[in-house]
Design a protein around this ligand. Sequence first.
Ligand code: PLP
Length: 374
Amino acid sequence: MKLFDVYPLFDIEIKSGKGCYTYDTEGNEYLDLYGGHAVISIGHSHPYYINKITEQAQRLTFYSNSVKNSLQQQLADKLGKISGYEDYSLFLINSGAEANENALKLASFHTGKKKVIAFSKAFHGRTSAAVKVTDNPKIVAPINDTFEVAFLPLNDIERVKKEISKGDVCAVIIEGIQGVGGIQVPDTQFLKELRNICTQNQVVLILDEVQSGYGRTGKFFAHQHSGIRPDLITVAKGMGNGFPIGGVLISPAFTPVYGMLGTTFGGNHLACTAACAVLDVMQKENLIENAATVGEYLISQLKTIPQIKEIRGKGLMIGLEFDYPVKELRNKLLFEQHVFTGASGTNVIRLLPPLTLSKEQADSFIGKLKNILS
Ligand code: PLP
């Protein structure tokens, strides 16, 4: 059987990783500034994390959600505490798309409506609110008709008000910082007004923190830079440091009902153990503070490079926009300088390193980038 070929791949096979570095089958070392789409939060192969999941795997990896699993409550307690959302409830699933899908369902059940507002260039996974992410006309949004999705320009509150005034909107879904869309940061004032307008009209505000959450921007969630509190928050990626797990944080305004949501694998023993270990390490090693300080330092150093047209982002979620397509630059970074980076669209390099990145590693990247640009 061949693999269904829907992703372009670099001809490199990564065999192992340690901290912010990965190693290929030929023994080459790479500085990893991408973490496999923001997934590696506490660094590759963290010894505490490995011990915890190894111990758990030797006992039990999974048992059905029809019996009690106290690891789920342990995770909810830790997550509530570190995120500042102790009064919210947690529903566990396996990925970011599932988290958003369940959040949209909750919003629809809660309001009895099915129109969703999302924003141009947003990406919420391959969900009902999927956005056209390529120029290929065969891939269009939305991908099914469960929800009707209106895509509005980011930061345009008047357009949001107009759409909501039609009375059929169940939810607004917005990324803490747009990742796939090019590291676009929503304005603080826009988020505050969005919160108010949703409250006034009983519209559910969903913050998709799948990429921007889990400490990446120097606060636990990116929206916390604006001081707002959404009704639903979705998480995944960095939550398990590579072990697939996702979650929806649900405000106390939602009442759970048996059968409302469901899952086979969500919240399994191994996934919860991985997610608890991630939070333990984040706390013990002050990784949120590290993301803030090293991110600020990295951005200040990037600003000294005149070839970069614009630098956007917060903490360790950074976009570097160039005047030209970055494909060649990224290839040179990877194949000549051994640095993994990501891209958003054609002209933006996306940096999503482990939150353990040090200033020395940031300097090493700056040196390598300057080597190529000079
Ligand atoms: N939401 C955002 C903001 C994302 O960036 C992504 C993935 O890139 C998703 C949702 C989908 O997550 P997953 O690939 O785990 O389904």
